[in-house]
Design a protein around this ligand. Structure first.
Ligand code: B4P
Length: 184
């Protein structure tokens, strides 16, 4: 069973996807994490995407689709949970051609909440991401509205979309997601 998590930057896609991987054995494919890993290792792709990511723009569809292909392994897992992918209609159509999607969960959160979350986010060692500053967050939200929001319509037409309130506590969101996947 394959799932997609859709939502604004900071809507909690990564938080839910890593929990689904740990608890329900879904393989998490987070394109954001994969790109950050390429940057950390210093690959050619990592160098190419650095400025794009720091400015909150989208990496090219071709690069992202290649990256996903490289990492999509389902052996030993219940299925895949895509987090941060697809982000454009082109990416969604390309995924439609290769992978059966069983459910798309849209985490609906207000702009104010996501801005607050991203401005307060840091990792376990207290490090902050370069794209989590007010100027770039605004740009990421704009990019989301223009490029990713149309996917809601795309998956609604396919009768695959479930909308959940992502503005509540992490535990509440998890419970709602659990209900959805257990009903499939
Ligand atoms: P991503 O890494 O996907 O970043 P994100 O959208 O900001 O994160 P997410 O929604 O997963 O939020 P999280 O759970 O962490 O992308 C970064 C960049 O990579 C993009 O800007 C782009 O340049 C590039 N990119 C990635 N994928 C691409 C693609 N397909 N095509 C092109 N370019 C691509 O949650 C955020 C914070 O909120 C955390 O601190 C968390 O603890 C907190 N939180 C989560 N849920 C909460 C809740 N319910 N209550 C309170 N706090 C909560």
């Amino acid at each position: 069973m394959n799932l997609i998590l859709l939502g604004m930057p900071g809507s909690g896609k990564g938080t839910v996807a890593s929990w689904l991987q740990e608890k329900y054995l879904y393989r998490q494919i987070s394109t954001g994490d994969l790109l950050r890993e390429e940057r950390k290792v210093g690959t050619q792709l990592g160098k190419q995407v650095e400025v794009i990511m720091n400015e909150g723009k989208l990496v090219s569809d071709e690069m992202i689709i290649e990256l996903v292909k490289k990492h999509i392994k389902t052996v030993g897992f219940k299925g895949v949970v895509f987090d941060g992918f697809p982000r454009t209609v082109f990416q969604a159509k390309s995924l439609d051609e290769t992978t059966n999607i069983d459910q798309v969960i849209f985490l609906k959160v207000s702009e104010k909440i996501v801005v607050d979350r991203l401005l307060n986010r840091s990792d376990d060692s207290g490090q902050r991401r370069e794209d989590d500053n007010e100027r770039v967050i605004k740009e990421r939200i704009k990019v989301y509205m223009e490029n990713t929001q149309p996917l809601i319509d795309h998956y609604e037409k396919k009768c695959l979309l479930t909308t959940l309130d992502g503005g509540v506590s992490i535990e509440n969101v998890r419970n709602k997601v659990k209900e959805v996947i257990e009903s499939l």
